[in-house]
Design a binder for this molecule. Structure first.
Ligand SMILES: *[C@@H]1O[C@H](CO)[C@@H](O)[C@H](O)[C@H]1NC(C)=O
Ligand SMILES: *[C@@H]1O[C@H](CO)[C@@H](O)[C@H](O)[C@H]1NC(C)=O
Ligand SMILES: *[C@@H]1O[C@H](CO)[C@@H](O)[C@H](O)[C@H]1NC(C)=O
Ligand SMILES: *[C@@H]1O[C@H](CO)[C@@H](O)[C@H](O)[C@H]1NC(C)=O
Ligand SMILES: *[C@@H]1O[C@H](CO)[C@@H](O)[C@H](O)[C@H]1NC(C)=O
Ligand SMILES: *[C@@H]1O[C@H](CO)[C@@H](O)[C@H](O)[C@H]1NC(C)=O
Ligand SMILES: *[C@@H]1O[C@H](CO)[C@@H](O)[C@H](O)[C@H]1NC(C)=O
Ligand SMILES: *[C@@H]1O[C@H](CO)[C@@H](O)[C@H](O)[C@H]1NC(C)=O
Ligand SMILES: *[C@@H]1O[C@H](CO)[C@@H](O)[C@H](O)[C@H]1NC(C)=O
Ligand SMILES: *[C@@H]1O[C@H](CO)[C@@H](O)[C@H](O)[C@H]1NC(C)=O
Ligand SMILES: *[C@@H]1O[C@H](CO)[C@@H](O)[C@H](O)[C@H]1NC(C)=O
Length: 394
C-alpha cells in the first residue's frame, strides 16, 4: 500500500512509516494538486523491481496507479521516495550498481529478512545520505561491514542484527563467514553516527575491539536508548562508563564472554549465556529501575543476595541454569518483589522444602519454575488465595 505522507519532524518517521503502510491504500489527495511521485523515482523503483524484487508479491506495474504500490512512501511536496519497505520481498541479492542506490532521498529503508546468502553487503549505501532508519536484520550477509556505513551520519536507527538462523553457534563454516567489524572496527563505524538511538548488532563479530568495547559507546552515541549485542564475541567487563548513557533502557549482551557491571538506568538486562561465574555482585542491587533481568545459563554460584529485594520494579526474573545454592530462607529477597510475574529458578542447586505460601507476597506471579533443583515443593492449601494469578508452576 503506497501512500503519500508529509512529516513534520524526523522523530515521527518510524511511526509514520508504520502508519502509512497500514492505512488506506487510495491516494488521499487530488493528483493535479501536487507534482506527485517524480518520473525518475518511478523509473528507479521499476528498475529495482526488475533487478531484485519478487514480482509475485510486489505488483508495482507502470500502468497501475502508483498510489497502490506496496511498501513505498514518498514526499508529496517534492515527489521523491523517502521510505521503502522491502522486508522479505527480494528475489536476488542487491548489487553495487543497483537502481536502489539512485533513490538518494531515502530516509527509511527496510531490507530485513531477505537472504543475501552469506555475500558481503553491497557498496552504494553511502549514496543514501538522508537515511535515518536502516534495517538489514536477518539478511545473512557476511564479511566486513562496509566502511561507508560510517558516512550515514543521519542514522537514528541501525539494525544489522541476525539471529541464530544466520549465525548458528556451532557451525564453523558459517562462523567463518560471520559479519564483522574489523576495519573499520566498532569504534570506526559508530564514531560519526552520533544521532543513533537504536543499534542492533547481534551476531556481528566485534572481537577486534578488544575488552574496551563498552567504553566506545558513551563518547560516540550519547543518545542511545537500545543497544543489542548478543553473540558478538565480546569479552571483558561491561564497563561502568556505559552508565554515562543516560537514556539507555535496553541492553542485550547474551552469548558473550563478559563480567557484569551495568548502568543504573537500565530497565531490561539480558546477560544469559555470558559465561559469567562467581556470585551475583552486590552492585546489581543498584539497578533499581530493572523490570526484566535474565541471567540464565551462566556459571553463577552462591546464594541469591538479600539485596535483590531492592529491585522493586522487577516483573521478570530468570536465574535458571546456573549453580546457585542455598535453601528456603534465601528466597526471602525474592518474596519481596511484589511486581514479579515470571520467576524462573530451574536447574540450579537450591535445596530444602518450599511452601508456596512463602511466595505469598507475589500476588502478580503468573509463572513459577523451580524444577531441576534439590528442592521439594509443597503446594499447601493456601495457594489459590495467596497467588491468585498463578497459571503455571513446576
Ligand atoms: C517534504 O519535502 C518538504 C520540502 O523539501 C520538506 O519541508 C518536508 O519536511 C518533507 N517531508 C518529509 C516527510 O520528508
Ligand atoms: C515492513 O514489511 C514487513 C513485511 O511485510 C512488515 O512485517 C513490517 O511491519 C513492515 N515494517 C514497517 C515499518 O512497516
Ligand atoms: C550490475 O552488476 C551485476 C553483477 O556485477 C551485473 O551482472 C549486472 O549486469 C550489472 N547491471 C548493470 C545494469 O550494469
Ligand atoms: C527490522 O525489520 C524487522 C522486520 O520488519 C523487524 O522485525 C525489526 O524489529 C526491525 N528492526 C528495527 C530496529 O526496527
Ligand atoms: C565518507 O567519510 C569519509 C571520512 O569522513 C570521507 O573522507 C569520505 O569522503 C566520505 N564519503 C562520502 C561518499 O561522503
Ligand atoms: C571465573 O573464571 C575465571 C576464568 O575462567 C577464573 O580465573 C576465576 O577464578 C573464576 N572465578 C570464580 C569466582 O570462580
Ligand atoms: C553500587 O552499590 C554499591 C554498594 O553495594 C556501592 O558501593 C556503589 O558505589 C554503587 N555503584 C554505583 C555505580 O552506584
Ligand atoms: C538495598 O536496600 C536496603 C534497604 O532496603 C539498603 O539498606 C541498601 O543499602 C540497599 N542496597 C543497595 C546496594 O542499594
Ligand atoms: C533468557 O535468555 C535466554 C537466552 O537468550 C533465553 O533462551 C531464555 O528463554 C530467556 N528466558 C526467558 C524466561 O525468556
Ligand atoms: C549441588 O550440590 C551437591 C551437594 O551439595 C553437590 O554434590 C553438587 O556438585 C552441586 N551441583 C552443582 C551443579 O553445583
Ligand atoms: C492449611 O491446612 C492446615 C492443616 O492441614 C491448617 O492448619 C491451616 O489452617 C490451613 N490454612 C489455610 C489458610 O487454610
Amino acid at each position: 500500500m503506497g501512500n503519500p505522507i508529509q512529516a513534520r519532524s524526523s522523530s515521527f518517521h518510524l511511526l509514520l512509516f508504520s502508519i502509512a503502510l497500514a492505512s488506506d491504500p487510495s491516494c488521499p489527495l487530488e493528483k493535479h494538486q501536487f507534482p506527485y511521485l517524480r518520473d525518475d523515482q518511478k523509473t528507479a523503483l521499476l528498475q529495482s523491481k526488475q533487478e531484485f524484487i519478487r514480482s509475485d508479491i510486489i505488483l508495482w506495474e507502470p500502468e497501475t496507479d502508483y498510489c497502490l504500490w506496496e511498501g513505498v512512501i514518498w514526499n508529496v511536496t517534492t515527489g521523491y521516495v523517502i521510505g521503502l519497505n522491502l522486508s522479505s520481498k527480494l528475489s536476488k541479492p542487491i548489487y553495487d550498481n543497483s537502481s536502489l542506490f539512485g533513490l538518494n532521498q531515502l530516509q527509511l529503508l527496510n531490507l530485513a529478512y531477505n537472504d543475501f546468502k552469506f555475500t558481503p553487503i553491497p557498496s552504494g549505501f553511502d549514496r543514501l545520505t538522508y537515511l535515518t532508519h536502516l534495517n538489514l536484520s536477518n539478511t545473512c550477509f557476511s564479511d566486513q561491514i562496509p566502511r561507508e556505513f560510517s558516512n550515514l551520519t543521519s542514522l537514528v536507527s541501525l539494525d544489522l542484527s541476525s539471529d541464530i538462523s544466520c549465525t548458528p553457534i556451532l557451525d564453523s563454516v558459517v562462523e567463518l563467514r560471520r559479519p564483522k567489524l574489523e576495519s573499520p572496527n566498532l569504534q570506526g563505524l559508530i564514531q560519526d553516527l552520533t544521532s543513533l538511538i537504536e543499534l542492533y548488532l547481534d551476531g556481528v563479530d566485534l572481537s577486534s575491539q578488544g575488552s574496551d568495547w563498552s567504553q566506545v559507546f558513551p563518547q560516540a552515541l550519547p543518545n542511545l536508548r537500545a543497544l543489542s549485542l548478543s553473540r558478538c564475541r565480546l569479552s571483558g567487563p561491561v564497563h561502568c562508563s556505559l552508565s554515562q548513557l543516560v537514556f539507555l533502557s535496553q541492553l542485550r549482551l547474551d552469548y558473550n564472554h563478559l563480567r557484569i557491571e551495568a548502568p543504573k538506568f537500565l530497565r531490561k538486562l539480558q546477560l544469559s549465556r555470558c559465561k559469567i561465574n562467581g556470585s551475583i555482585p552486590s552492585s546489581l542491587a543498584n539497578l533499581t529501575q530493572l523490570t526484566d533481568l535474565n541471567l540464565s545459563t551462566n556459571a553463577f554460584t552462591g546464594s541469591i543476595p538479600l539485596s535483590l529485594a531492592n529491585l522493586t520494579q522487577l516483573s521478570f526474573l530468570d536465574l535458571s541454569f546456573n549453580s546457585f545454592t542455598g535453601s528456603v530462607p534465601l528466597f526471602e529477597s525474592i518474596s519481596q518483589l511484589s511486581r514479579l510475574e515470571y520467576l524462573f529458578l530451574a536447574a540450579n542447586n537450591f535445596s530444602g522444602t518450599v511452601k508456596l505460601d512463602m511466595f505469598g507476597n507475589l500476588e502478580n506471579l503468573k509463572i513459577l519454575d523451580l524444577s531441576n533443583n534439590q528442592m521439594s515443593l509443597e503446594v499447601g492449601n493456601s495457594t489459590s488465595s495467596a497467588l491468585p494469578n498463578l497459571k503455571s508452576c513446576a
